[in-house]
Design a protein. Structure first.
Length: 489
């Protein structure tokens, strides 16, 4: 009988999934359906929160609605730290991924079946925690499918990335159509069904995964389990108490997440920089990561407004008429994944062709945030217009610029985090990059509260200019930053 846990050992002979190990198909599937449900739900959620009760929504003020969505996005990336810790100390990546997928599905079911604000609270908490756990471990599980030196690894991750973007493309199309034609809860239900399909496929394929995927790298001693349980219960109790006394409210949720992430970031940097387990060069590289971290926060603060301001803009300002047919505004969110699928290969080929002549990481970061700022300035020719005042083609062009900026910073950020990481803090440096995404996402929700459809020029011009200045500042600091990075480019 073949040992299903031998994955990495016999993976080189398994080419059943487009030349890749068959187990990749199962992780590909669960991640594609997770992105389907995540993006499909997130766009619908904005409209559900602020549409009037007569339209099927909750009638929450727009500024509060976008703040909640931004806080939720920040919470997802903050939860990746919890997901990574659970995998490393308690369950292993594969089990954490499986349980996280179940939690996500439960969250979507809650959104579909539970009424009003209670359903939103329960659903978003479950989806955020589950998505954080799945996102933190899916990449790790894919990595276990390949033995060291397996030349198929990069192609395998490219297929995995394709799955992510296929799900992100299809999710808004399906849930947007259902929201328009059947109602919000049908859309949330579709997200639950999508996650259920991914979970079903994955549950049958789990046995094909290698033993490494189930390994617990740094098991927590049994004697410390009670302490962890007490800390977890205490943390939940504190959060509940803060909600009950009114410190944490729907209208300040994004600010609460911002403060929490800033505190976690400072703590992470302090722990790493003060550790005796790192040498002088490693400490210098961590210091070199700080300006990249700040630039990343600025980038995500604008980029993540695809899920806060852009849905409002699409619903209020975009001309969605296509030969007499009115396109659902939710479908605007499917444009970015198409460009990602098309352009990610182009950028990979470009960097490969340039080799050592390609721009350094600080230059890529600086250009990424500058281009993101330019994308915001591209809204200005259509600012302060009325309903249907912005052509759909113009929005397609703006999102193309969003995508180019993303490809200059997002994959490069994960890569440089691993390069700059001290040996003793490899996972924590990756977590720090995710914290920059978390902080930027939460800030995007907070900033979106200031968006006024009747007075758009200040909003787009100020944020665009700030992003450009941050990028120019990093470009002017490339030499000292590279000096701190100690040979890492």
């Amino acid at each position: 009988m073949t040992d299903p846990g031998a994955g990495a050992a016999h993976g080189s002979s398994d080419t059943r999934f487009f030349g890749q190990p068959w187990a990749l198909a199962h992780v590909f599937g669960v991640e594609a359906w997770e992105r389907f449900s995540f993006y499909g739900m997130q766009i619908v959620m904005v409209y559900y929160l602020y549409f009037s009760v007569s339209e099927g929504g909750l009638g929450i003020p727009e500024s509060t609605a976008v703040g909640i969505v931004g806080a939720y996005g920040g919470a997802v990336y903050l939860a990746t730290i919890l997901g990574a810790w659970v995998a490393d100390r308690l369950l292993g990546s594969e089990r954490t991924l499986f349980i996280s997928a179940i939690v996500i599905m439960a969250g979507h079911i809650a959104l579909a079946l539970l009424p009003g604000g209670f359903g939103v609270a329960v659903g978003l908490i479950l989806v955020a925690v589950g998505s954080g756990g799945l996102k933190a471990n899916a990449t790790s599980v894919v990595g276990t499918l390949y033995a060291p030196g397996d030349s198929r690894r990069d192609a395998g991750f490219s297929l995995f990335y394709l799955g992510i973007n296929l799900g992100a493309f299809l999710g808004p199309l399906v849930t947007g159509w259902l929201r328009t034609n059947a109602g919000f809860h049908w859309a949330f239900g579709a997200a639950a069904v999508g996650m259920g399909l991914g979970l079903l496929q994955y549950s049958f394929g789990r046995r094909d995964l290698p033993a490494e995927a189930r390994a617990v790298p740094n098991p927590l001693p049994r004697r410390r389990y009670p302490l962890v349980g007490v800390v977890g219960v205490a943390a939940i109790a504190v959060i509940v108490l803060l909600v009950l006394v009114g410190v944490i409210r729907a209208d300040n949720l994004s600010l609460v997440v911002i403060i929490t992430v800033i505190a976690a970031t400072i703590a992470y940097f302090a722990v790493i920089l003060s550790s005796r387990r790192i040498d002088g060069d490693e400490r210098s590289r961590v210091l070199g990561f700080i300006p990249l971290f700040i630039t990343s926060v600025a980038f995500w603060s604008l980029y993540q407004q695809q899920f806060t301001v852009v849905p409002l803009y699409a619903q209020k300002k975009l001309d969605l008429d296509i030969f007499g047919w009115q396109m659902p505004p939710d479908w605007v969110q499917s444009i970015n994944p198409v460009f990602i699928i098309i352009l990610s290969g182009v950028f990979a080929a470009l960097w490969t062709r340039l080799g050592p002549r390609q721009p350094s990481t600080p230059v890529k970061f600086g250009l990424g945030v500058i281009i993101m700022g330019v994308a915001f300035l591209l809204f200005l020719p259509f600012a302060d217009g009325g309903a249907d005042s912005t052509p759909l083609l113009a929005m397609v062009g703006i999102i193309l610029v969003f995508t180019i900026a993303e490809l200059l910073l997002s994959p490069v950020g994960l890569s440089v985090a691993t390069k700059l990481a001290p040996a003793a803090f490899h996972t924590q440096m990756v977590a720090l990059f995710f914290l920059s995404v978390s902080l930027g996402s939460a800030i995007s929700g907070w900033l979106a509260g200031y968006y006024d459809p009747t007075n758009e020029v200040p909003y787009f011009s100020i944020l665009g200019a700030i992003a450009i200045l941050v990028g120019v500042g990093l470009l002017l600091s490339v030499k000292p930053v590279l000096k701190l990075m100690k040979g890492v480019r």
